[in-house]
Ligand binder design. Sequence first.
Ligand SMILES: Nc1ncnc2c1ncn2[C@@H]1O[C@H](COP(=O)(O)OP(=O)(O)O)[C@@H](O)[C@H]1O
Ligand SMILES: [Mg+2]
Length: 261
Amino acid sequence: MIQQTVPTIQNGQLIVVEHLVKIYRLGEVDVHALRGVSVSIDRGEFVAIMGASGSGKSTFMNILGCLDTSTKGKYFLEGIDVGSLTRDELAMIRNKKIGFVFQGFNLLSRTSALENVELPLLYSTVSNNERYQRAVEALKRVGLEGRLHHYPNQLSGGQQQRVAIARALVNDPSIILADEPTGNLDSRTSVEVMEIFQQLNDQGITVVLVTHEPDIAQFAKRQIVFRDGKIRSDKPTPQRKRAAEVLKDLPVIDDEEEEAA
Ligand SMILES: Nc1ncnc2c1ncn2[C@@H]1O[C@H](COP(=O)(O)OP(=O)(O)O)[C@@H](O)[C@H]1O
Ligand SMILES: [Mg+2]
């Protein structure tokens, strides 16, 4: 009899990965991006993924986000064996369960904040009216109800990233995956964006965020450090900081006036 190693998914476990290996083939060379990663993440967690450049963070996130598949190992998302899905099923899971936020915001430039947030709903069965309502609601959640019809180039970097977060929220995902979301932002704006992630996490959304900055990781509840494609450490954040508190001590750089001008 063939023995299968299917883990028992326990209550609350959102993500379970086991012995994840990713090998990129570059011509004759094999690049071992992940060398056996096992970890589980529960619903409601806020995890910072850290580690030097090239340590496998983005590869790991792309697999979690069903944007890529592993070479070996298992990935269960809400108990679903992701490795057994077809391309269409993967796309469906990605759309329904996962919200992405990237370093470069990835907004469509000739499209308003509202339309950018409506995008993930365009190919669903949602009516025009509901699509509008949900996009407005998502923009409210990130504090941008006053910017619905602004184009990306009329918004500050932090506001653009908040539009991207609203877009990630509009499908009501189980998890938000953010790869270096503050990488293009100044320090105060970075903390403001972390405040939004903390608020969303307080409301029950699971957040997994890549950063190489310890100052950003301190807002997460748990810190996983990668090295050479493996997990080097995995610990709760000692004395986790609240972004709202940190903001009180940071100088305000007022760019709202300039924008209005
Ligand atoms: N598409 C790819 N093809 C080949 N090698 C890749 C590809 N993506 C990443 N790598 C390699 O895999 C390793 C891990 O990369 P990555 O996951 O992007 O690390 P990080 O996000 O921690 O900087 C690096 O050595 C990188 O060069
Ligand atoms: Mg990366």
